[in-house]
Write a protein that binds this ligand. Sequence first.
Ligand code: RIB
Length: 294
Amino acid sequence: MEKRPKVTVIGSINMDLTVQTSIMPKQGETVLGDHFNTYPGGKGANQAVAAARLGADVCLLGAIGDDDFGANLLNHLREEGINTASVSMQENVSTGTATIILSNQDNRIIVAPGANRMVTPDYIKEHLHVIKESDIILTQLEIPIDTITYLASLSEELKVPMILNPAPYQPLPASVVEAFRYITPNETEAELFKKELQEGIKGDQWITTKGKEGVSIYKKGEELKIPGYPVNVEDTTGAGDTFNGALAAYLGREYTLEDSVRIANAAAALSVTQKGAQSGMPTQEAVERFMKEN
Ligand code: RIB
């Protein structure tokens, strides 16, 4: 039997409020949209679900508010088989939300962090035992930057590989970014980080996701391009999260970086074929079948 990797995701938990529209409103304009839906989301929760569906033993470190969104999201995460014992419920705080406009096969997102702000360095200190027992750690930038800086400071001591998905972009000192074993920006984030990092990146640390163009691994200045898959796009929300969750699941199983990226790239392609961030995230069997067939 293949090893079940222990993946700890440290990140946001949001309710996604999505509206589909064929006309993007201009400043000061109101338009009539087509459909409204709520879906479970948040980069942390999405990445946790992606890794769990691919067979990882996932623990999520994050926070929700004491409202209906929080209760529903917690139930949903448990149903996905994620260990939520450490998720903190904050009193008199709202659960994070993301208002998402879907238009023209793409999205625009505004996040109201709410309880995600409570994922502080002190909260991480209380859960260091979970981190120490993991095969791999995965985090993003929808939680306080102090927490990311704290995690970076632990990288040498912990000896657990850490992936930073630097989304959404927030300015970070190069020394913090470089402390992570793997950094997985999309093209926009990669461009923004270039200014800060210049020549700091070593080895095969940097992996850029490029939407339908696929993924590039940068190794000692050389680019290894892994092409995307042509699929019917229903909703691109969560494609990057699927990539990151899958990457953690396969690196945690000790697959090579290149093999893990190839599988994560296929998982991300499958994820955009259904509405909502998490609906299209594949199981291990589905992604392996898709790769054989394509
Ligand atoms: O990456 C997609 C996610 O970003 C959405 O689920 C939304 O909650 C925002 O966090």
